[in-house]
Design a protein around this ligand. Structure first.
Ligand SMILES: [Zn+2]
Length: 690
């Protein structure tokens, strides 16, 4: 079903890349690079590198490049994602022709084809929804309400890996390694119930947010009207008011990112005691968790508040809330009018995207959501040859070696912490390209001509896959990303990193250019992910993934002081006069960017074995390294989407990520940046964490 655009916020490299409605056909590579890999035509010579490095490296490209009409953002990552999507579509369509019946490959072909069959979806109308609507209509008391709410639980959130904290269902479920006992899985329960991306959208008093709220209420009413429900406006007002109250109970993004605040173990019996209101027995039974004794409740006061609302708000309002959420959740598989209305609010109003993506692109995204690893298996067979995997693995090895040297050189770190850091580095499990073991989709029924049913069954299959983990040994080789995703991720509790095949492409990784360009781009990404194992959050997890702080208080104090300076650096960035980047909310990611770029620079230098590096295109080698970095972060974002990201994203906007360079001494030397330049930081102000 339409997964809410994943708010990949903390550890993944990018947020937004995996949004549902992205894209345009790639006719040109990500940049018109020279043989040495520098996009010379993208540079704006009118900008001084020391004043705005992002604009210097990308200014001409920014001026010349429109954001495609079906996209909210466009840049290096999106362009690679677009190419990958096109290739993936071809693979899926070919699989439909050639794969053995009922094989995983055949399922992806069938899934895609059913989604593409718009006339079948149109003529089915609301029929596929009828059983769901009938079940809601039959709810006669609070026990039945709890059961209906429990039946909506899906494995749709993830606190630490892809960091998707949003679900429009009442609660979200993440089954993962227990943070206090890494030998077993636990079910993590997260706050939910809101359609809009964050509590701020319901509660922030600014005029912008008030306008969005008004448009959201109109959207609810339109969806109810399309479903032929009478008195839509009055019902929409009540649904909105219920969500507003849920939002009041919600934790902020910043609080929800605090692992120590979130790791709360509750027994089954605790729920009635600590969160009275909801009939928890009925809820858990319907959710498939009737036998589960131990839970982790990530935002306890939110669960308490939401549970209370389930008892205090009228049954009719809850039934309307369920109806609207059902329609909203399934809109991608409903007739055109629903799809258009969903896009109008989520794509147009919330993200500023003028046009919906062509159906084939949405079909690829939906197929990836349902059968991601089956698609990924075909993708790597075709596009990620073993020598590319070997080349990337060798690079990771160099980054790890350089990181070990950096740990040895840290003056502020206590010897015992240093020893533990080295042990953790040695235990880090690095996955390059694709997982060691492919997941099977045996048991998932995919039927021709039944797009809606396929989506429903795939969500259930995903939930059951998650529930089956409970009580089994933890599988450390499982990936948190698909090979065809243009992204990278650190899995803190697994002490593992995934670099999917799709990010190992130009302009991030390219055998055709000098290797120093790779270090400036994908090298900084690899270093970024490695460093997450050792940042403020990584410090909380030991080598086995147990939530156990392995730093001394003095180590922490140093780290926090450095972090404070970096937070101030980012707080000062203002994309619009009325809003600035939240330095605290984006701190871990910004630290990882500084660490990753520093690590990449060292790792590249190590490959030279003392020989002087050579430049090209009139640039020194160091200049090329930093240009590669800044050009890999090129991106344009529409204003509404950028505003949304600043509220909900753990990453700073890409333009400011490119300016990370101002913390490295080598950048000052490379571009002769002197006091007075806008990005200039005195040596003592430059943040060095690792
Ligand atoms: Zn990160």
């Amino acid at each position: 079903m339409t997964r809410t655009p994943s708010q990949t916020l903390r550890t993944p490299l990018f947020a937004g890349i995996t949004l549902i409605f992205l894209t345009a056909i790639p006719t040109a590579p990500a940049c018109a690079a020279s043989a040495a890999g520098v996009d010379l035509t993208g540079i704006d010579q009118a900008v001084k590198p020391g004043d705005d490095f992002f604009a210097y490296a990308n200014g001409a490209w920014l001026k010349a490049t429109p954001i495609p009409a079906d996209r909210s953002a466009w840049g290096a990552g999106e362009i690679v994602a677009e190419l990958t999507r096109k290739r993936t579509a071809e693979l899926i369509q070919a699989a439909a022709q050639t794969a053995a019946p009922q094989s995983d490959a055949s399922k992806i072909g069938t899934y895609y084809a059913a989604y593409m069959d718009e006339s079948a979806i149109e003529s089915a109308g609301l029929k596929p929804l009828q059983p769901g609507l009938d079940r809601i209509a039959a709810i006669a008391d609070r026990t039945a309400l709890a059961q209906a709410l429990g039946a909506t639980l899906r494995a749709d959130v993830d606190v630490l890996n892809s960091t998707n904290l949003h679900t429009e269902n009442l609660f979200g479920l993440w089954v993962a390694q227990d943070l206090s006992d890494p030998t077993r899985y636990s079910p993590f329960l997260l706050q939910g119930g809101l359609v809009m991306p964050d509590r701020d959208f319901y509660l922030n008093p600014s005029q912008k947010m008030a306008d969005i709220r008004r448009q959201y209420q109109a959207h609810i009413a339109k969806v109810l009207t399309l479903a032929q429900l009478p008195e839509a406006t009055a019902r929409a007002a009540r649904i909105f008011e219920l969500e507003r109250r849920i939002a009041e109970a919600h934790w902020s993004r910043q609080d929800s990112e605090q692992v120590l605040k979130g790791n709360n173990h509750w027994t089954r019996a605790d729920f009635a005691q600590r969160a009275p209101g909801l009939d928890w027995k009925g809820y858990f039974a319907a959710a498939g968790l009737g036998q589960q004794e131990q839970f982790v409740v990530w935002q306890p006061s939110a669960v308490t508040g939401i549970s209370a609302l389930s008892a205090s708000e009228s049954l009719e309002t809850w039934k309307d809330w369920l109806r609207f959420h059902l329609l909203e959740h399934d809109s991608a598989y409903l007739p055109k009018a629903f799809v258009a209305e969903h896009f109008d609010f989520h794509g147009h109003i919330l993200s500023g995207t003028p046009e919906i993506a062509p159906r084939w692109k949405r079909a690829v995204d939906e197929t990836n959501d349902a059968l991601g690893e089956a698609v990924g298996k075909l993708y790597v067979q075709r596009y990620f040859p073993p020598d590319e995997k070997a080349r990337a693995e060798a690079m990771v090895k160099n980054l790890l070696a350089a990181f070990a040297v950096r740990i040895d050189r840290l003056e502020w770190m206590a010897p015992q912490t240093r020893t533990r850091a080295k042990a953790k580095l040695a235990a880090l499990k690095v996955g390059v390209g694709y997982p060691d073991h492919w997941r099977s989709f045996a048991g998932l029924q995919v039927r021709a001509g039944d797009a809606f049913g396929n989506a429903e069954r795939s969500e259930r299959f995903e939930l059951e896959h998650a529930l089956k983990k409970l009580g089994t040994p933890v599988n450390r080789s499982e990936w948190a990303m698909q090979p065809q995703e243009v992204n990278a991720v650190n899995l803190p509790a697994m002490n593992a990193i995934n670099f999917p095949a799709a990010i190992l492409q130009p302009p991030f990784f390219d055998p055709a250019r000098p290797v120093l360009m790779d270090y400036g781009a994908i090298g900084a990404v690899i270093g970024h992910e490695i460093s997450h194992s050792f940042d403020d959050q990584g410090a909380l997890f030991d080598a086995s993934g147990r939530l156990q702080n392995w730093w001394t208080p003095a180590d922490f104090a140093h780290f926090q002081a450095a972090g404070k300076r970096l937070a101030e650096q980012f707080d000062a960035y203002r994309p619009f006069p009325d809003i600035h980047v939240n330095g605290e909310q984006t701190l871990s990611e910004n630290i990882a960017d500084v660490a990753g770029l520093s690590d990449a620079y060292d790792a590249w230098r190590l490959t030279l074995n003392g020989k002087p590096p050579t430049g090209a295109d009139g640039f020194s080698a160091d200049q090329m390294f930093f240009l590669s970095f800044a050009q890999s972060w090129r991106q344009k974002v529409r204003e509404p989407a950028l505003r949304q990201r600043i509220v909900t994203d753990g990453h700073a906007p890409d333009q400011y990520r490119a300016d990370t360079v101002r913390n490295l001494d080598a950048w000052y030397a490379a571009f002769d940046v002197k006091p007075g330049a806008k990005l200039y930081l005195a040596p003592a102000e430059r943040v060095r964490v690792w």
